[in-house]
Design a protein around this ligand. Sequence first.
Ligand SMILES: NC(=O)c1ccc[n+]([C@@H]2O[C@H](COP(=O)([O-])OP(=O)(O)OC[C@H]3O[C@@H](n4cnc5c(N)ncnc54)[C@H](O)[C@@H]3O)[C@@H](O)[C@H]2O)c1
Length: 348
Amino acid sequence: MILNTLQLARWWELMSESLDRTLVVGGAGYVGSVLVKRLLREGNCVTVLDNLLYNNDLSLHDVIDHPKLTFINGDLRNIDDFSRSLTGIRNVVLLAALVGDPISKKYPDMAHSVNEEGAIALINNLNGKGIDKFVFLSTCSNYGLQDTDELTTETAELKPLSVYAKNKVAVEEYLLSQEQNLDYCFTILRCATAFGTSGRMRFDLTVSEFCREFTINGSFLIYDEDTWRPYCHVEDICKAIITVLSAKSELVNSEVFNVGSDSGNFTKKMVVEEILKHLPDAVAHYKEDGFDPRNYRVSFHKIQNTLGFSCDYKVEDVIPKLVFALSNGMFSDFEDRRNFYGNYEIII
Ligand SMILES: NC(=O)c1ccc[n+]([C@@H]2O[C@H](COP(=O)([O-])OP(=O)(O)OC[C@H]3O[C@@H](n4cnc5c(N)ncnc54)[C@H](O)[C@@H]3O)[C@@H](O)[C@H]2O)c1
């Protein structure tokens, strides 16, 4: 059979599409739904594997009929679901997990099974599948408790304090130990705590939680107000993932990058003060010795110097927008749909 020019062009388009397909595991979540839409906007083909743990299908409703999106409702630990989602895949981004200290503490067995065992099995199963790049989303929580007079770099000793961070560190260590055995390029991104809106909004993350509590209730109790943490907009986390997927392999292979910006390091009290600028009648109460001793100020020089990455969003610019939206009735269904709006409880 001889193909005409148009047929050849279509064949080439289909071939290139299937070669450029990215699998986003956990693509219906807070970060995932933003990433998927960004990848689609940039013309990429995307497959999502997600088991909709928080009934969070709403996060992708607006793109579910997109010609370049395939959605698979499945568990990353189920080999059939995972194999189905690998069809035509070139790049894989692993976001799926029980995300955050409270939910992992509440369901430690499931956290271990998904966040550690499931992630390690997935890493092994990618070998020999013609994968180009694998990006593992990790967290700055791995730093735990550091000397905050200095900015913590990627080479600092990891001091995970929670089940969540311990699982993440175990996967990082496994990946790095397998460098010689894996036939694909992998990169570990230790992300700052996210803020900003998403199709699956999370109000259990510090900046958004504080904005909501002060706006809706007028007061909030903050534990350990002088502890430091870096914050990064969810769009900037997705920008970093795409930067890695687009980078030359020799720049990112077997590398660990912190994701965020130096100016995104805030104490909890600094976050509160930013919010109270826009809610002058709200009252903050402070208390020491809370249940979360994490304290770290992080350096983001490596990702900037190696990949030219910088953040587009600032905490202080997004806070007034979120406060304004909340005061104007946005997210008013929070109490009816708590589990959609945060990782409070597993409901499947
Ligand atoms: N949000 C943050 O502040 C932050 C900060 C640092 C790192 N990260 C990392 O980014 C990633 C995404 O976080 P997020 O905030 O989007 O969390 P999220 O809870 O909103 O999203 C996780 C998604 O994974 C899915 N999922 C969970 N278990 C699954 C399984 N067994 N199989 C298939 N899908 C499953 C859930 O349904 C959900 O859609 C995580 O790996 C997290 O560690 C997030």
